[in-house]
Ligand binder design. Structure first.
Ligand SMILES: *[C@@H]1O[C@H](CO)[C@@H](O)[C@H](O)[C@H]1NC(C)=O
Ligand SMILES: *[C@@H]1O[C@H](CO)[C@@H](O)[C@H](O)[C@H]1NC(C)=O
Length: 288
């Protein structure tokens, strides 16, 4: 889809697979698989996943390799460390992996001090009975299972972005119905204000004034890699990794690590993933 679209969809159609005979399975294996699909032209990520799956790795392992390559490259500045500062200037990581064979999911949300989101998500899946770990607990778990950290996830670019935003009186931001509505906090509820989807509309009854502001979510400040892989055995897995929306309120978790919201995999049906305005997408579980 065009780069300006609010939603990038990667539905790996992935076939409604009827049960296969051995001969059919062989044919499918040799002719159609593996398959690697990702949101955006994140070619290096797709290549990394392809190298893994082509060499016999499972779909889950390939998804981890693919998303991990994007984290290392900091794809678009919105995946991995060093991007998307929140209101406090801090970068946090969200990631998910789902195995379409076992329906197991591992995910981390608002993870601090650890840069390897998809690997952390995979560790949650492999070494715990949980599905989602959040915040500092996620970091502690990831580090205890062998990932490097704690480390500083900021970069000179994210610090610059954040200080420019502060200088611009913290505009734009994700607050609504608060005062002040045109400056940095601390914020307080303001029941006189209204907000409509995608833009902030402040109505002042006394002055009869309506002010429109541009939407905050655009192609370069919210994005996620969402990837689906079918391995040589015909098994499917999906994964996502992101550092979330730029200038989000600290604690915000978007669609990325929420299963069915950013991606979903089921060997008997297929796999789906997307990126977009996570705060809206996650209300509908579109990929489930
Ligand atoms: C491919 O797999 C073989 C056998 O598991 C391994 O020795 C080799 O290092 C792998 N190559 C790559 C490029 O991952
Ligand atoms: C983290 O890294 C940023 C950017 O390099 C730097 O400005 C900041 O001082 C660092 N924070 C700490 C606590 O070291």
């Amino acid at each position: 889809m065009a780069r300006s679209d609010p939603l990038t969809l990667v539905c790996t159609l992935l076939l409604l697979l009827p049960p296969l005979t051995v001969a059919e399975a062989e044919l499918v294996r040799s002719d159609k698989f593996p398959v690697v699909v990702s949101t955006w032209p994140f070619l290096e990520a797709v290549r990394a996943a392809w190298r893994a799956v082509d060499n016999g790795s499972s779909a889950v392992e390939a998804v981890v390799e693919g998303c991990s390559a994007c984290e290392e490259l900091r794809c678009d500045g919105t995946v991995g460390p060093g991007g998307s500062p929140n209101e406090n200037g801090e970068t946090m990581i969200d990631a998910l992996v789902m195995d379409g064979v076992t329906m197991e999911v591992g995910a981390v949300a608002a993870m601090r001090y650890v840069k390897d989101g998809i690997r952390a998500a995979n560790l949650v899946m492999k070494y715990s009975q949980h599905t989602l770990l959040a915040g500092e607990g996620a970091s502690a778990f990831a580090i205890s299972m062998g990932l490097p950290g704690p480390m500083n996830l900021s970069s000179p670019e994210s610090v610059k972005k954040w200080s420019d935003w502060k200088e611009n009186r913290c505009q734009p931001n994700f607050r609504k119905n608060v005062v002040p509505d045109n400056d940095c906090g601390p914020y307080k509820p303001n029941n006189g204000a209204m907000t409509v989807s995608g833009e902030k509309r402040t109505e002042s009854c006394e002055m009869g004034k309506i002010e429109y502001r541009p939407p905050l979510v655009g192609p370069h400040n919210h994005d996620t890699i969402s990837m689906a892989v079918i391995d040589k055995m015909g098994h499917i897995a999906v994964g996502t990794s992101t550092n979330g929306a730029t200038f989000k309120i600290p604690g915000r978790v978007g669609d990325g690590p929420i299963v069915g919201s950013s991606a979903y995999a089921d060997d008997e049906v297929g796999g789906c993933g997307a990126t977009g305005d996570g705060d809206t997408m996650m209300r509908f579980l579109p990929w489930f």
